[in-house]
Every structure is written in structure tokens, then in C-alpha cells.
Design a protein. Structure first.
Length: 108
């Protein structure tokens, strides 16, 4: 993979963070979302807010690995449990972007 393509993907992923945070906030407040999916969101937020980590953040290269794994597992669980129509409703405009990211996540 070229360095230019890798840089573009990284910038694209970083720009996705605010939209993803808004989606998760809206899903947590929606009564139609199963309580287990909401519990996964709350657990993820609590783990990220907790100062104690499985792998300390000061370890170079691996410090944030546990945070990435927890976020990835929680998002995969929520996306598997919440109906796709509901996720699209809370995502807002550009649903094709959401579908493209979900397909990319399934491929990896």
C-alpha cells in the first residue's frame, strides 16, 4: 500500500470519529436499541474513562492497543445487535459512507 493511500485512509478514519461518537450517543438514548447493546456502549465508555488499563498507555506501540480492541469489540457487538435501519436512521446523511465503512470492517 502506498504511503499516500495509507495517509488518506488515516485521515478518513479520523474524520469518522465525531460522526461515530454522535451515532453511539444517539443509539444509547434510543428505546428501540436492545439493552445489551446499550450495556456494551456503557461498558466501552467506562473502560475508556478508567485510568487503569490492561496495557499501560506509556508502553510505546502497545499502550493504546487494549483501548482499540475494546472499542472494536464493542462496536462489532452493537452493529451486530442493532437493526441496520436503526443505525442508518441515527447516522444521518450519507448512508452510503456508513455502508462502505461497514463492508470494509467486515473484510478485515
Amino acid at each position: 500500500m502506498s504511503e499516500k493511500l495509507a495517509s488518506a485512509r488515516k485521515a478518513s478514519a479520523v474524520s469518522l470519529i465525531p460522526r461515530l461518537a454522535k451515532l453511539l450517543y444517539r443509539l444509547a438514548r434510543d428505546r428501540r436499541v436492545p439493552w445489551r447493546a446499550k450495556a456494551a456502549l456503557v461498558g466501552m465508555a467506562a473502560y475508556l474513562a478508567c485510568p487503569l488499563d490492561l496495557i499501560p498507555d506509556w508502553i510505546p506501540g502497545a499502550g493504546y492497543l487494549d483501548d482499540v480492541v475494546v472499542v472494536g469489540l464493542a462496536l462489532a457487538y452493537v452493529f451486530a445487535r442493532v437493526p441496520e435501519e436503526l443505525i442508518a436512521e441515527h447516522w444521518g446523511e450519507d448512508v452510503e459512507l456508513l455502508k462502505r465503512y461497514r463492508q470494509e470492517a467486515r473484510r478485515q
